[in-house]
Ligand binder design. Structure first.
Ligand code: FCB
Length: 449
């Protein structure tokens, strides 16, 4: 394989998530989600932005799939809004809800684009939150019911299923720091959430395997980043190991080794009550998956800080350039993570299920959106990826985050990650330079200038 090249059949894609693009929150019998409730709570999102309209993808999906085809995408990763399928989170399914995804699958099929379906990208039905949400064990079983129903209904049409997107973010940002829905500040609830998300993943995988005639493959997506110490001091190195223990190992170890990392169990066990992790739970959680999805944006650099109670650390800025999120551009970290996974955790195929960058894009007087920083970011990460694959790590696909600008959670619409610019007042999609560039990459199956 030439420098910058990719193997034949490499799956080129782009990713989105339901609440970030669909809008139409009151249509088709959809129930309320925790992100509706959270974004409508004053002070929770930038400028009070909500996903009420978002990119209006619910109505514009046909046009959006047409653009995907023009881009040459081989695959499209999207998520299903659980409250469209089960408005109350459980009980009776809503036929209009699933019909939307069936129409979307029809369009993708006509366009020759493979669907990659995430079952949970953070939009828990509010009715389940009212019954305790993820900190409550029962929610894991409700997720498994929902997943099993989806497999039954769409199992013959979906080649790739992803149970969860970024359980770390759901657990910690949703339940400990409160930056995300449901906005709790309760560390013990955060760890119960992590356990129940993992358990629900295991239950869903089990349901998938039991179901017979499934053509597809099933996996989970984690956000992973290398954690580097700010200096070579033993204190900073220990701090880096703790942060790695939470972000990466707290999820990887149960999934691939059947146990939470001992050092971290000891560390957190001194601070808060941890949920009981029975042998049965751990067996379910560590069942074989068909692939692992990795979302990679940046690395973390940390310093020992005894004043911070939870991990005794402080995050510091790395030396590299920053995206508009303030995240350091660090392409080598993608290789570091993927190699580590393959060496230390799993021989299963890997997919980069998200990678991309926000920059302050504007429409130029010539009508174009010039985003050289995004192209540079993508190019450097893809070059790194191509080297990793050449080195023998089985990465089978890449999903750019994101197909289009969208509702960036607590940041609202202020952060643009798309390769399509969305002019929100008119909902017009404008190809950024990066979209034209990505089309050429896909065509060449190689990184291009
Ligand atoms: C990831 C999320 C995705 C998007 C990107 C920027 O953590 O999975 O929805 O917000 O970050």
């Amino acid at each position: 394989m030439a420098e910058g090249g990719f193997p034949p059949g490499f799956l080129w894609g782009a990713a989105t998530a339901a609440y970030q693009i669909e809008g139409a929150v009151d249509e088709g019998g959809r129930g309320e989600s925790i992100w509706d409730r959270f974004s409508h709570t004053p002070g929770k999102t930038r400028d009070g932005d909500t996903g009420d309209v978002a990119c209006d993808h619910y109505h514009r999906y046909r046009d959006d799939v047409r653009i995907m085809r023009e881009l040459g995408l081989a695959a499209y990763r999207f998520s299903v809004a659980w409250p469209r399928i089960f408005p109350e989170g459980r009980g009776r399914p809503n036929p209009d809800g699933v019909a939307f995804y069936e129409r979307l699958l029809d369009e993708l099929e006509k366009a020759g684009i493979q669907p990659v379906v995430t079952l949970y990208h953070w939009d828990l039905p509010q009715a389940l939150q009212d019954r305790g949400g993820w900190p409550h064990r029962d929610t894991a079983y409700r997720f498994a019911d929902y997943a099993a129903w989806m497999f039954e209904r769409l199992g013959d049409r979906v080649p790739y299923w992803i149970t969860h997107n970024e359980p770390f973010v759901v657990s910690i940002l949703g339940h400990v720091t409160g930056e995300h829905a449901p906005g709790l500040n309760d560390p013990a609830a955060g760890f119960r959430t992590a356990h129940h998300l993992l358990l629900s993943h295991g239950l869903a995988v089990q349901a998938f395997r039991e179901g017979g005639r499934r053509k597809g493959r099933i996996g989970i997506t984690l956000n992973l980043s290398p954690v580097h110490p700010a200096s070579g001091s033993p204190e900073d190195e220990a701090a880096a190991r703790r942060v790695d223990g939470l972000i990466n190992r707290w999820f990887l170890d149960p999934l691939f080794r059947g146990a939470y990392p001992e050092d971290m169990v000891e560390h957190f066990g001194r601070l808060i009550p941890l949920p009981e992790a029975s042998e049965d739970d751990m067996r379910l959680i560590s069942q074989d998956v068909d692939f692992l999805g990795v979302n990679y944006y940046s690395r973390q650099v940390v310093r020992h800080d005894p004043g911070e109670l939870f991990l005794q650390m402080r995050q510091i800025d790395g030396p590299g350039p920053k995206t508009e999120m303030g995240w350091e551009v660090y392409p080598a970290g993608l290789g570091e993570i993927l190699r580590r996974l393959h060496e230390a955790y799993t021989k299963a195929p890997l997919f980069v299920t998200e990678n991309g960058a926000a920059y302050p894009d504007t429409v130029s007087p010539d009508g174009a959106v010039h985003d050289p920083d995004r192209i540079a970011y993508l190019r450097d990460h893809l070059l790194e990826l191509s080297r990793v694959i050449a080195g023998g790590v089985p990465v089978q696909g890449y999903f750019l985050w994101s197909l289009m600008d969208n509702f960036e959670w607590a940041h609202g619409y202020s952060k643009r990650f798309g390769i399509l610019y969305v002019d929100y007042p008119t909902q017009r999609r404008i190809w950024k330079d990066s979209a034209y560039w990505y089309r050429r990459v896909i065509e060449a199956n190689a990184v291009v200038e």
